[in-house]
Design a protein. Structure first.
Length: 477
């Protein structure tokens, strides 16, 4: 996230415009020394990265109508009648397999009821519930609850009411603002009208409306600090300070929250972060870079490497992370809002089978699935191409950002029954173009998605130990 150039630019901005804190203020508040503040900032960066990323996405999706990424205000569903393209930049590593429906929930006044329609058994769909801690705290959908219609209650951290009749299940968020991400499988481009009908059946309403009772008293208006995903690296601790207002403290994060308060971050802060001296700010910039490096190292080494692919399980609920802030930060940076392993697995790579970096400007590549060795799933699988630097989808002449299992009928297999994908920046020729996954003229980041992976052999589960392994990517001669 932070490069040397970023540090120089940010330090220059601080030197140009930041006021040095009054020494008397720092002494009065027993502000930690430079070294201790730096250590807190590094730890705070790792703890806070997912919270800041989520806060920025919430701003762009549900608060700032001029963001260019705005979807809908709180408690309203936005159904996207298309899959993600390079124009979608708010979320890194976006899924381009399934049209999304996005619902940001404000649970402060009262709980919300999410209702889903009946969906045919062969179509995968899921409603993933993610809170401000980026914990996946619940699922509705084909795997989790089946394909029958139903009404489900989502409540905030302080709700103490009774479960109403007709509610199939209650899901509790750790934060008052929370996100529901709905994925609906698209079989092919001609299937979109059917998907749109399904999306029209997704409903969200306050519990008072569901029960036909008077509405609860409205929650106070919030003057959110403006934030963008592009602005995270330059405004990290300001964004974290804002985000923590809406993330109640828990026993798991009490210690780090107390440390952050000592350097002016969070509801329990002892003074304004902007009052820091130039020296303190410079050290905190270095601490951010060191924290970011640790996140990158975890991403590179925190999973099992199989044929060049990183295979692991790093999305889940509060119990899953159990206070492992580095794993949570790595998960967010690798691709925020990912699924639990039982819902989807995400092998990813930046290297070929030999460990050499993938670079579309230097090589053409192939990825071959042996006969009867396609990814084992109950739903579907895909291989998606991203720019290696931004982790966003790559513009290309055929507007193809992935190859997935619904496309198999249009693809060519080899004489032995194996399937080869051609990963390169230029077309491999008309006879192979059906199997072409266009690459950037630069570094490459590839992600497989295995939706509802099979649990019986062959399987990618348990993560990193399964009997099925993703094949390596081979550089063409």
């Amino acid at each position: 996230m932070l490069t040397k150039r970023d540090l120089i630019r940010s330090a220059a901005a601080i030197a140009a415009g930041a006021a040095i804190a009054r020494p008397s203020l720092l002494m009065a508040q027993s502000y930690p020394g430079i070294i201790e503040a730096k250590d807190i900032a590094e730890e705070g960066f790792i703890y806070g990265l997912p919270l800041v990323m989520n806060y920025a996405v919430m701003q762009e999706y549900a608060v700032d109508r001029s963001s260019g990424q705005f979807k809908a205000p709180f408690n309203e569903i936005n159904n996207m009648h298309h899959v993600a393209t390079p124009a979608d930049t708010a979320v890194i590593t976006p899924n381009s397999d399934t049209p999304y429906s996005v619902l940001w929930l404000d649970l402060r006044a009262e709980p919300m009821v999410i209702s889903v329609p009946a969906i045919e058994r062969q179509r995968y769909y899921s409603v993933m519930l993610i809170d401000g801690n980026t914990y996946n705290y619940g699922y509705i959908g084909t795997r989790a609850t089946g394909t029958e219609p139903g009404d489900y209650l989502v409540v905030g951290p302080d709700w103490k009411g009774e479960t109403p009749a007709g509610i199939k299940k209650v899901f509790r968020s750790t934060t008052p603002f929370t996100l529901a991400v709905i994925r609906t499988q698209l079989f092919n481009p001609g299937d979109m009208p059917t998907v749109e009908k399904i999306q029209a059946g997704y409903k969200a309403q306050p519990i008072s409306t569901f029960l036909k009772q008077p509405a609860a008293r409205a929650a106070p208006e919030v003057d959110f600090l403006p934030a963008t995903t592009a602005g995270i690296k330059d405004n990290f601790f300001q964004y974290l300070d804002a985000a923590l207002q809406f993330v109640p403290e828990t026993p798991k994060d009490k210690a780090i929250r107390a440390k952050l308060a000592r350097i002016g971050i969070g509801p329990g802060k002892t003074f304004d972060f902007k009052e820091l001296s130039l020296e303190h700010k410079a050290e905190i910039l270095i601490a951010m870079k060191q924290g970011d490096d640790k996140v990158d190292k975890w991403l590179a080494t925190g999973n099992k490497v199989i044929n060049g692919w990183n295979v692991g399980s790093f999305f889940g609920d509060e119990a899953f992370y159990n206070g492992d802030w580095l794993m949570r930060a790595g998960a967010a940076k690798g691709g925020i809002y990912g699924n639990d392993a039982v819902e989807a697995m995400y092998p990813y790579t930046r290297t070929d089978a030999t460990g050499a970096p993938l670079d579309g400007s230097k090589h053409k590549y192939t990825l071959t699935f042996a006969p009867d060795q396609l990814p084992p799933v109950n739903a579907f699988w895909s291989v998606t191409m991203y720019d290696g630097k931004s982790q966003l989808l790559v513009k290309n002449p055929i507007n193809r950002y992935l190859i997935n299992s619904p496309m198999l009928s249009t693809m060519k297999t080899n004489e032995d029954g194996s399937l080869t994908l051609y990963i390169q920046k230029d077309s491999p020729g008309a006879d192979r173009e059906a199997n072409w996954l266009p690459a950037p003229n630069d570094t490459i980041y590839l992600v497989m998605r295995l939706y509802w992976p099979k649990s019986e052999a062959p399987s990618i589960l348990p993560a990193g130990q399964g009997t099925w392994q993703p094949p390596g990517i081979i550089a063409a001669n």
